[in-house]
Design a protein. Structure first.
Length: 353
């Protein structure tokens, strides 16, 4: 048990470092492979019915988690004893690297920010769909900057902190299950005519899985942000106003920490939404705020790694703690004393004793 918790800590740190160095591959990413498989299942299962959507969510997310658990068990069983710990660490590191997306998130946000700084709105509109599903043609430069900051905030929870939380709770299967659920929500969890009923289960499952990570993200934003009081105030005042139960606390705390106003009208998936403003008394997002948001996201990610690894190690230490047992007082009758007295009495009855 001790090696398991320490192995996870080493693997998580190495996987996080791998994401910092290598980011996501542009081709052959495991999450993209899962998306193709989930799309194939959807084509066979789709009905305009919640039950079929629930079956799709359970089959895809549950299958991914079961496959990860089987892989982990196979690695443990197949690796030679001297290499078993190293194999387990390598598997954890590879999985953490595969499910995290913090570096790619920052890269795409900076690409849009760079285009906006250069005044090239066409390039900015071309890159924005890499971050979010809003209609870029309906946005001007200021609105795109706001969309980027909101996406950085929300995806700090979805692409980094939430995965680390479930990794600490469930190891490799927990990491894979969280990423599968989050991917399904992005694929079918939106309110399009095709997925309004079919994607209901995936959306609700994602809300449930994202709850602990979003709250930890908001708390760490308060700790890491340049305006701690503002982050806490906006989180408490506006976190519940957002239509998403998990994006609300995260975006509100980012808005308060950065001293900007988020929320408002947006065009998403062919429809217009009028969302409440978050940190409403602050000025609107400016292009330089994109870089500030990316840096805040990076600090939150590092703190999330430290927090989740420390929690995992602490749980392991508590499980290893010896349970104190009371020693019998001198002269007390114990089972050992009874057996000794019985042997003495038996010997004294033998002939010649």
């Amino acid at each position: 048990m001790r090696g398991e918790h320490a192995g996870y800590a080493c693997g998580a740190a190495l996987g996080f470092l791998g994401d910092l160095i290598a980011a996501d591959p542009r081709r052959g990413h495991p999450v993209a492979a899962f998306g193709r498989a989930a799309s194939a299942v959807e084509r066979r299962l789709w009905r305009d019915h919640r039950g079929y959507g629930a079956a799709h969510a359970v089959l895809c997310a549950g299958g991914a988690a079961a496959g990860a658990a089987l892989l982990e068990r196979t690695v443990r069983a197949a690796a030679p004893a001297p290499l078993r710990d190293g194999a387990r660490i390598a598997l954890t590191a590879a999985t953490v690297w595969a499910v995290l997306g913090g570096t790619s998130l920052g890269r795409e946000a900076r690409a849009v920010g760079g285009a906006l700084t250069a005044g090239d709105l066409d390039v900015a509109r071309e890159r924005l769909p890499h971050l979010c599903g809003r209609d870029p043609q309906a946005l001007d430069g200021s609105q795109m900057a706001r969309a980027v900051v909101e996406s950085v905030a929300e995806n700090t929870s979805d692409a980094v902190v939430g995965a680390l939380v479930w990794g600490a709770l469930g190891g490799v299967p927990g990491l894979v299950a969280f990423r599968a659920v989050n991917t399904l929500d992005a694929m079918v969890g939106h309110k399009s005519p095709r997925h309004r009923r079919f994607g209901w289960a995936s959306a609700r499952l994602d809300d449930l899985a994202g709850w602990p990570g979003s709250r930890l993200t908001a708390a760490l934003t308060v700790l890491a942000g340049p305006d701690r009081r503002g982050a806490l105030r906006a989180w408490r005042a506006d976190g519940g106003a957002h239509p998403s139960p998990n994006a609300g606390p995260v975006e509100a705390s980012f808005a308060g920490a950065l001293g900007v106003r988020l929320g408002g009208t947006l065009a998403y998936g062919g429809r217009v939404e009028h969302r409440p403003q978050l940190n409403g008394g602050a000025p609107p997002v400016a292009v330089p705020d994109i870089e500030r948001a990316v840096r805040l996201s990076r600090r939150v990610g590092v703190l999330a790694l430290a927090t989740t690894v420390a929690a995992r190690l602490a749980v392991g230490a508590l499980r290893r703690a010896p349970v104190a047992t009371a020693r019998p007082a001198t002269g007390a009758v114990t089972p050992r004393t009874v057996r000794a007295l019985a042997r003495t009495a038996h010997d004294s009855r033998r002939p010649g004793a």
